[in-house]
Design a protein around this ligand. Structure first.
Ligand code: GLA
Length: 418
């Protein structure tokens, strides 16, 4: 008895020392525990970015007017929430190395702009680069990662797109991880969007680093073409789609394959614009608008706010579509959705009309990755066409003439009867 009492104070001291040691260890090694902000982009992020339409021709007025238009046009209600400033917002660093916005283009400063955008119930995104200079030749974040992340946090930035120009000899995983840690240290939750164009296969390492990663070179505003001025390449919609083969297993809630920003409303035909948005929704790519929201046509506005297509993109399962059939220029993609539903997209790649005759009962619709399948011989599903709003069910063959570069996109719910 005496022995037990005597030893008690010693044990308490040891426990106290142990706890102190653990706390100290956590404080010292705090950084190695850094992680990307969890709980963001649980469905593919939706917003707008200045680059596709305006390139370096940006200023605070454009950003404010875009935020206004995002609300008044119904984009905000449709789910778009990030207003992202791309390259060319930067001025010089000050004497202490702090990045400043270009004083002519952003005279009120980024904090004021963030307050304005937040006042609309939206979020503000910004852009930097892992190299010493950005693609547009402005100061990049190399060697200033922690300082820049602190600055963005002070301004109230919610989203960082981080580019990869001027990085010869640098290791992408290391550079992006440094910026992830810098954001974590800065203490503000920011969506981290990697823009490394897929060169180091970021899908293999970036799931823990960022919320999305670009898989290809930049998009080019055409449906089926490629544009290679000098060293850079621009890819049309179909070329980007084709480069997603094999990548679906890497995407999911909080970590997405990014097929680049949308070109809807920037000059393709309406069929092409509808197909473009449908493909991005099926592939669970971020939906980042790239047009001028202040002056878009009613038809562009309607395309971009199609609730059924956006619901497919934002489905909570977060599964990317798989290609289930190829028949000449016609391809079929299937995306398993929450609640046993599916989205199906028939794509006419050709610049000629194509006749679709789909016998539901000919094949069992199967996705090995999610272990989901439907045998339409056993089960009848109802479908609704997300663009034309027609409805039907899978008891009869589907027949349609698909215009050039168009899609037929169906939501399948069921079973209707067994
Ligand atoms: C790269 C990116 C684009 C855009 C420009 C800006 O090309 O891939 O999305 O950010 O830089 O200079």
């Amino acid at each position: 008895m005496k022995f037990l009492w005597a030893s008690a104070p010693v044990n308490i001291e040891r426990v106290a020392r142990l706890v102190l040691g653990i706390l100290l260890g956590v404080a010292v090694c705090g950084n190695s525990w850094a992680q990307k902000a969890e709980g963001l982009a649980l469905t593919p992020q939706m917003g707008w970015n200045s680059w596709n339409k305006f390139a370096c021709n940006i200023d605070e007025r454009l950003i404010r007017e875009t935020a206004d238009a995002m609300v008044t046009s119904g984009m905000k209600d449709a789910g778009y929430q990030y207003v992202n400033i791309d390259d060319c917002w930067q001025g010089e660093r000050d004497a202490d190395g702090n990045i400043q916005p270009d004083p002519k283009r952003f005279p009120s400063g980024m904090k004021a702009l963030a307050d304005y955008v937040h006042g609309k119930g939206l979020k503000l995104g910004i852009y930097s680069d892992g190299g010493a200079t950005t693609c547009g030749g402005r100061p990049g974040s190399r060697g200033h990662e922690y300082q820049d992340a602190r600055t963005y946090a002070r301004w109230g930035i919610d989203y960082l797109k981080y580019d990869w120009c001027n990085t010869p000899g640098m290791n992408a995983e290391a550079a992006y991880t440094t910026m992830r840690d810098a954001i974590a240290k800065a203490g503000r939750r920011m969506l981290f969007s990697l823009c490394e164009w897929g060169m180091s296969r970021p899908w293999e390492w970036a799931g823990q680093v960022g919320h999305s990663w670009r898989t290809t070179p930049d998009i080019y505003n055409c449906f089926d073409c490629e544009f290679s001025p000098g060293l850079s390449t621009g890819l049309g919609v179909l070329r980007i789609l084709d480069r997603q083969a094999g990548l679906r297993k890497f995407a999911g809630p909080g970590h997405w394959n990014d097929m680049d920003m949308l070109e809807v409303g920037n000059g393709m035909s309406e069929d092409e614009d509808r197909a473009h948005l449908s493909i991005w929704a099926m592939m669970a790519s971020p939906l980042i608008l790239g047009n001028d929201l202040r002056s878009m046509s009613e038809s562009t506005r309607r395309i971009l706010t199609n609730p059924g297509v956006i619901a497919v993109s934002q489905d909570r399962l977060g599964v990317e579509a798989l290609r289930v059939m190829v028949d000449g220029p016609l391809e079929t993609y299937a995306k398993p959705l929450d609640g046993g539903r599916w989205a199906l997209m028939f794509l006419n790649r050709s610049n000629q009309p194509a006749d679709l005759r789909h016998d539901w009962k000919a094949e069992v619709l199967t996705d090995g990755m999610t272990n989901r399948s439907v045998d339409f011989k056993q089960t009848v599903y109802r479908w609704s066409d997300l663009w034309s709003k027609k409805t039907g069910d899978t008891s009869t063959k589907l027949q349609a003439r698909l215009a050039p570069h168009s899609v037929l996109m169906l939501l399948l719910t069921g079973p209707a009867k067994s």
